[in-house]
Design a protein around this ligand. Structure first.
Ligand code: CA
Length: 294
């Protein structure tokens, strides 16, 4: 019944792919900051939040306000129906939007947290064509508490033309985190499911939310974009884990997903897609003490 929403409005889908080796090192701390970024972060504190959000490799952070739209006839135009999104600590929210009227190549995207005194420049590689779809992934660290933040974003082309600005507000749920957290988000309004097989051989998912190892699923999303979340608040057992995504709805169009795996010291992200009821094995990793080996 939700498939209607999945029918692609746009001709092209261009994804910003994360590599398996991606981590949170793309964040560039502001100079002279003296705030503890490891403590709880309220999304309502725009300047603080803006220092910790996680974007793909290549992002830079700049002081001040993002450049204004050029408002010329050859400026790119962007559009989306997504004005509100749900995410959580330790997850990555996926913002899809369409673009058009691009006479050259797309250079990148400006992103600014509403109310923050700095903004991000996010490059888009290999994006050409007059129109298509882009994705803006925004990673939220595990120490962000519940609340709402909004971001303004636009794109610029390689001729220096800047598009109109779009705004999306993200409702951050405070979900379980701790020693190990696995979070799933996706970009179609469908029922996708996160499965984690833990070292005891137990599969944690919507029909078996708890494992004797202490792992549990605390959110199953039936019709949105996630997140779904499995976590161990205390010590997750050593051994091998497998992370899978199941297209429970059995859709006929691709569901692009983001998996975020967090420990107190590390964060890894994986992307992929499901379709036609696929159950996709996203990755396996071995936990040894505080270390994860992929
Ligand atoms: Ca689900």
């Amino acid at each position: 019944m939700k498939n209607i929403l999945q029918v692609s409005i746009f001709i092209f889908i261009i994804l910003i792919q994360f590599s398996c080796s991606k981590d949170s090192s793309s964040i560039l701390p502001l100079e002279n900051q003296n705030t503890d970024l490891s403590g709880p972060i309220d999304p309502a504190d725009a300047d603080l939040l803006s220092q910790v959000l996680i974007f793909p490799d290549g992002v830079t952070q700049n002081s001040g306000s993002a450049p204004s739209p050029t408002n010329t006839s050859d400026s790119p135009i962007i559009s989306t129906s997504l004005t509100e999104a749900i995410s959580s600590n330790g997850s990555t929210v996926l913002i899809n939007f369409g673009y058009g009227n691009v006479g050259s190549n797309i250079g990148g995207c400006y992103v600014q947290v509403d109310g923050a005194g700095n903004y991000y420049t996010l490059p888009y590689d290999n994006n050409s064509g007059v129109s298509g779809t882009l994705q803006l992934p925004i990673g939220i660290p595990t120490n962000v508490i519940g609340g709402v933040f909004c971001v303004n974003y636009c794109i610029y082309d390689t001729n220096g033309n800047i598009s109109n600005i779009l705004n999306v507000c993200v409702n951050v749920l405070e979900l379980g985190s701790g020693n190990l957290q696995v979070s799933l988000s996706w970009d179609t309004a469908t029922d996708q499911d996160l499965h984690v097989v833990d070292p005891s051989g137990t599969t944690i998912y919507f029909a078996n939310k708890f494992s004797n190892t202490g792992g549990q699923l605390d959110r199953d999303d039936l019709d949105g974009f996630g997140p779904e979340n499995i976590f161990w608040s205390d010590v997750a057992p050593n051994g091998e884990y497998e992370v899978l995504v199941h297209d429970y709805e059995g859709t006929s169009t691709p569901n692009n997903f983001s998996i975020t795996i967090s420990t107190p010291d590390t964060r890894r992200e994986f992307t992929g897609a499901t379709i036609n009821g696929d159950k996709v094995s996203v990755c396996t990793f071995t936990k040894s003490g505080d270390a994860l080996f992929f």
